[in-house]
Design a protein around this ligand. Structure first.
Ligand SMILES: [Zn+2]
Length: 273
């Protein structure tokens, strides 16, 4: 395991400890509340997976009007899964709606730039972690899972992605399309890949709230290509001038290598004790 993974795992372990407080670890599943922003078949399948895992409450917020229609037709699901709470309205991001959540999750079949930016900002204002999976055609992109103030955020990710992209104009054109057309979707979709994507996202949520094994996308972008069977996991280095997480937590950037190593040694000593 490299030093970045060690450091991020330690920060996650610290978060879990704060979140649990005096609560015994085995009670984790029972007490966790997840808020899930859903789009398309991926959102639907992920909601069922999370409800079946047994979290205390899975709040489902449809992203598009068409998603609200899907969930209105499926309202009977709440009787068989009492922990599934389906909102009547489409998404609304503010501290009030997010207050009861331990983790925010986005499951979408196209990018929703405004939603993702709003969640990223609210996540930092209220110190709530969040994660996302985007299933775009045959490409499944998990993360970054964001621990506010402790790992790179979505705005850092956007900055880094543009900096590493040789055809920035293509990305910008795609971004503009999705900002201007809230109903734009990609028609082609393979059901087995949707199920795979929902399983990957469910696994990340379970790992994040369960603690072991460790989540794989904190501060990382993880990309699977479902047709070509490739896998790529890339570190996202926090952007030092990020307007979102830099403002939220200056300590993130003042962490020296020495401090990081001290913490890792301390955690190894704890583990050995
Ligand atoms: Zn950031």
């Amino acid at each position: 395991m490299n030093i970045h993974d060690q450091a991020l795992r330690q920060r996650h372990a610290d978060w879990l400890q704060t979140w649990l407080g005096a609560q015994p670890a085995r009670e984790r599943w029972k007490s966790a509340q997840v808020t899930l922003f859903v789009n398309g078949a991926l959102g639907y399948q992920t909601a069922l997976n999370l409800a079946d895992l047994g979290f205390q409450r899975v709040r489902v917020l449809p992203i598009q009007a068409s998603d609200r229609a899907i969930w209105q037709r499926a309202s009977g699901l709440s009787s068989s899964r009492p922990n599934l709470a389906i909102a009547n309205n489409t998404w609304n991001v503010n501290e009030m709606t997010l207050a009861p959540s331990d983790l925010l999750v986005v499951a979408a079949e196209r990018p929703f730039p405004e939603l993702l930016e709003a969640i990223n900002q609210a996540s930092h204002r209220s110190a709530k972690p969040w994660t996302q999976l985007l299933a775009w055609g045959n490409e499944l992109t998990l993360g970054p899972t964001v621990l506010p103030g402790q790992s790179a955020c979505y705005a850092c990710y956007q900055t880094r992605r543009y900096a590493n992209e040789s055809r920035v104009d293509v990305w910008q054109a795609r971004e503009t399309l999705f900002r201007n057309d809230p109903d734009a979707i990609l028609q082609g979709r393979l059901q087995p890949l949707t199920n795979l994507a929902a399983a990957y996202l469910t696994s990340e949520v379970a790992r994040f709230l369960g603690g072991a094994p460790a989540p794989i996308a904190i501060g990382h972008e993880v990309v699977w290509d479902g047709l070509y069977q490739t896998y790529r996991r890339s570190l996202i280095v926090p952007f030092e001038h990020c307007p979102v997480c830099r403002a939220a937590q200056p300590a993130l950037f003042s962490d020296s290598l020495e401090q990081m190593l001290d913490r890792i040694q301390l955690s190894q000593a704890r583990g050995a004790a």
